[in-house]
Design a protein around this ligand. Structure first.
Ligand code: EPZ
Length: 432
């Protein structure tokens, strides 16, 4: 298993282009199951999770051709509708094949995803939504078995909110399934995340009739069939936010290209309160692909932040912001409202000299003058990103172990950070 070895204390300076979004690309790829026509996706990042989704879709009869960054997906065989545990257990996002497969093939068997490092992560809302569309759903041998009576789902009005708010992949599943249902579906308390909007854009290009994506009420008028499309994946807002924190924590200056500032207002609001400047460079006709410079004041201010569904502050940036706040002058308060257990980085940051006090879903961060390098590890993608950021700022050497978690969501992070001045290298077990 690979590790990153980081010599901290180097100021970052340079330019980073933001890649296509992983969390947008996964449901977009699954949407190819809704048609027998080719779907081309541009700007698909080269990540372990994307590879897993490719393998899963290949098993479900999707043929891939073309460049890996701009693959053409075409269903050539609709005979296999079983998403097996072997693949689903490697990636929870496998659940997003459920809605498209059920809608197009009239049946689907998808292994039930288990819990993961950031919490239990149930799929009850996905199932509630699909049941409301008329699906019969059973559990057998750990698999979700879903059938559309008569081969076609029926539109209905569905409340999709849960104890922690809306559900992103649940909304993606129900919205995708509703495109081919008979009649009209209204999804109330839909997730407003930009990845849902991007999926609606692709589905619309394929011939779906969708209104309200990006708002809490999405209306879908079902159609009989969908066609192919050619679609550019939105840039990754979480990757952009991570590199913003990297600029700030090293007191550096990074220019981000293709930065989706329009989706990052909650992040830039909180960063500005800390003393981080995000300056737009030149005119930006498309606010999803801006050029901006990120710099920070020498003294960082403490803040309060609560994670919330979009457009609130994203849970996927909580760990990175915590790393930054470890070096602010004073006490910050971070409350996690989406995944209340998502704090694997807390104990690891403490090993680097951070002063953190956790109670339930809240962490008080008492800023320190400096972090100290240490061997650390976290079995969550964003927690690992927070540790890399801490390592960039820390005195001495930090080894972040098990970076395969990072590789799930950040393409060649070490190369990109090294190109802007970080001293960071990947060490494989055999070398280390
Ligand atoms: C997506 O997961 C993202 N994953 C996550 O990104 C992200 O953290 C999360 O949305 C929240 O923004 C992908 O897009 C592939 P949810 P998702 O359903 O859709 C509860 C990353 O680091 N819930 O919106 O699975 C759930 O437990 C990852 O890139 C139910 O109770 O998340 C949570 O508390 C990790 N029942 C809340 O809702 C359900 O049926 C929001 O989860 C579904 C969810």
């Amino acid at each position: 298993m690979d590790s990153f070895v980081i010599e901290g204390g180097r100021r970052l300076d340079g330019t980073i282009r933001i890649n296509g979004s992983k969390n947008a690309a996964l449901p977009l790829m699954a949407a190819a199951l809704l048609t027998d026509q080719p779907v081309t996706l541009r700007g698909v990042p080269d990540l372990a999770d994307i590879g897993n989704m490719r393998r899963l879709l290949a098993e479900l009869g999707v043929e891939f051709s073309g460049d890996p960054g701009a693959p053409r997906l075409k269903v050539t065989d609709e005979g296999e509708s079983h998403a097996r545990y072997d693949i689903v257990r490697t990636m929870r996002a496998s659940i997003c094949v459920l809605g498209p497969m059920l809608a197009r093939r009239g049946e689907a068997r998808v292994s039930m995803p288990g819990g993961c490092a950031i919490g239990d992560r149930p799929v009850d809302l996905h199932l509630r939504g699909l049941r409301a569309l008329g699906a019969q759903i059973d559990l057998d041998g750990g698999d979700i078995i879903a059938r559309a009576p008569g081969g076609r789902l029926r539109g209905d009005t569905i409340f999709l909110g849960g104890a922690f708010g809306s559900t992103v992949l649940g909304t993606a599943n129900v919205m995708s399934a509703a495109t081919l249902a008979e009649g009209t579906t209204v999804i109330e308390s839909a997730a407003c995340e930009p990845e849902v909007v991007d999926l609606a854009r692709l589905l619309t290009a394929m011939g779906a009739k969708i209104e309200g994506a990006g708002s809490p009420r999405i209306t879908v008028h079902g159609v009989h069939r969908l066609g192919g499309a050619d679609h550019a994946v939105i840039p990754d807002r979480i990757e952009a936010a991570t590199y913003m924190c990297a600029a700030a924590i090293t007191n550096g200056s990074l220019v981000l290209e293709d930065c989706p500032l329009d989706c990052l207002l909650a992040v830039t609001d909180r960063l500005e309160a800390v003393g981080v400047r995000v300056e737009l460079l030149g005119p930006c006709p498309d606010m999803l692909r801006c050029r901006c410079r990120v710099t920070a004041e020498r003294v960082l201010r403490p803040i309060e932040v609560t994670t919330q569904p979009h457009p609130g502050f994203p849970t996927d940036v909580q760990a990175q912001l915590m790393a930054l706040l470890c070096l602010a002058e004073g006490n910050s308060v971070i409350t996690e409202k989406i995944f209340p257990e998502r704090f694997l980085h807390v104990a690891e940051l403490s090993r680097m000299g951070a002063r953190l006090f956790r109670q339930g879903n809240t962490v008080v961060v008492s800023g320190v003058r400096a972090l100290k390098g240490a061997p650390v590890m976290a079995s969550d993608l964003r927690a690992s990103a927070g540790l890399v950021l801490a390592g960039l700022a820390a005195q001495g050497t930090t080894t972040v172990n098990r970076v395969y978690h990072l590789d799930r969501g950040y393409e060649k992070m070490e190369e990109r950070l090294a190109a802007v001045g970080a001293r960071i290298e990947r060490v494989s077990d055999r070398e280390g």
